[in-house]
Design a protein around this ligand. Structure first.
Ligand code: FEH
Ligand code: ZN
Ligand code: ZN
Length: 340
């Protein structure tokens, strides 16, 4: 079968031929119908030897949906919960593989992250516990829910307590994750949602996603956002970029006691010290992906019509083009590979 393979560190992925996997006891073979691209794929591709605990060669793709290919559930349409843990620790026992206690011993983080992933015609899943039924959702809509959707959902869930009536949430970065975060905030909180990005088309996407206001990232953005947040500042800022400029903006607009959620891997730094200049009582979280129960909640939200993923389709054969567009920041919403 064809698969997008990371053959070694420092090499661009290639579309190659590998044997179609044969499931053993307990494993499930999924015929892939959609596989999303993520900036983390670029981090993996660009990683220096030894920077990640993975051992190439392996197939990329950690955002996967398709159809069970063999066994009693053959034909069932599913999305794959991507973080694959040890399966035995207290975290994995409740589907929190994203926070597996043995994460550092495994040599992988999940599907397409050290284990063979879903940018291929078939995917071997180690256990049915990693599968969530998607009913009548299209695979193109479902695949991004497993990473972009789940990561955004878990980020919002962590601060939902602070987002009741008369509150404001700021979303920095309205790309594959940010546009879903806007929708999730609107669907699951009472907060007023403000969006920030450097691209006009991203602000248009934010508006289509339900943001109350959008503003370009400029020198006076902190002032604009504080004014839009009633002059007191934002109750939560979700930063899906995570560079020095956006982390700095986040702490400038946070209300005392506000929540900063750092999701983006832009490498931005924040000096945390007392005494210091940070908002009194503010709290910082760095969520990572989400749990399998949370993925079930995201799928239910999408099936209710509350979530729509903006996608750009590419045939599997054009994976290199898709990665190039992602790297240049030219993808609107989420890029998804489909068979072809
Ligand atoms: C996966 C593996 C490592 C870092 C970040 C990620 C995210 O893309 C998962 O949502
Ligand atoms: Zn990802
Ligand atoms: Zn575990």
């Amino acid at each position: 079968m064809r698969a997008v393979r990371l053959l070694d560190w420092g090499r661009e992925p290639v579309l190659g031929e590998v044997g179609r996997p044969v499931p053993r006891e307990g494993e499930v073979l999924v015929e892939v119908e959609a596989a999303g691209l993520c900036h983390s794929d670029l981090h993996v591709i660009d990683a220096a030897p030894g920077a990640l605990p993975y051992r190439p060669p392996f197939t990329l793709g950690h955002e996967v949906a398709g159809r069970v290919a063999t066994g009693s559930d053959a034909g069932e349409r599913v999305v794959v919960h991507g973080p694959w843990g040890c399966g035995d620790c207290p975290r994995c026992a409740v589907g929190r593989d994203n926070l597996c206690d043995r994460r550092g011993e495994l040599g992988w983080h999940g599907v397409g992250l050290g284990r063979d992933g879903g940018m291929a015609e078939y995917l071997l899943v180690p256990s049915a516990r990693h599968l969530v039924p998607i009913g009548d959702l299209s695979a193109e809509q479902a695949a991004p829910l497993s990473d972009a959707g789940l990561t955004s959902y878990a980020a919002v869930a962590g601060v939902r307590h602070a987002l009741g009536e008369d509150t404001t949430a700021v979303v920095i970065g309205v790309g594959g994750l940010g546009h879903l975060a806007v929708q999730i905030l609107r669907a699951t909180t009472a907060s007023r949602v403000l969006a920030v990005d450097i691209r006009e088309e991203a602000l248009a996407l934010a508006q289509r996603s339900g943001a109350h206001e959008g503003t370009l990232l400029r020198a006076d953005t902190a002032r604009v956002l504080r004014a839009a947040a009633g002059g007191v500042g934002a109750d939560a800022v979700l930063d899906f970029v995570g560079n020095d400029a956006t982390v700095g903006l986040a702490v400038d607009v946070l209300r005392p006691g506000g929540e900063l959620v750092l999701v983006g891997s832009g490498g931005g730094r924040l000096t945390v010290r007392k005494p210091g200049v940070l908002p009194p009582g503010f709290r910082l979280s760095l969520p990572f992906w989400g749990s399998r129960p949370e993925l079930g909640e995201v799928v239910a939200l999408a099936r209710s019509g509350a979530l729509h993923v903006e996608t750009e389709r590419f045939p599997l054969s054009e994976a290199a083009e898709a990665f190039g567009r992602l790297r240049r920041g030219e993808v609107r919403g989420r890029a998804v590979l489909v068979p072809g």
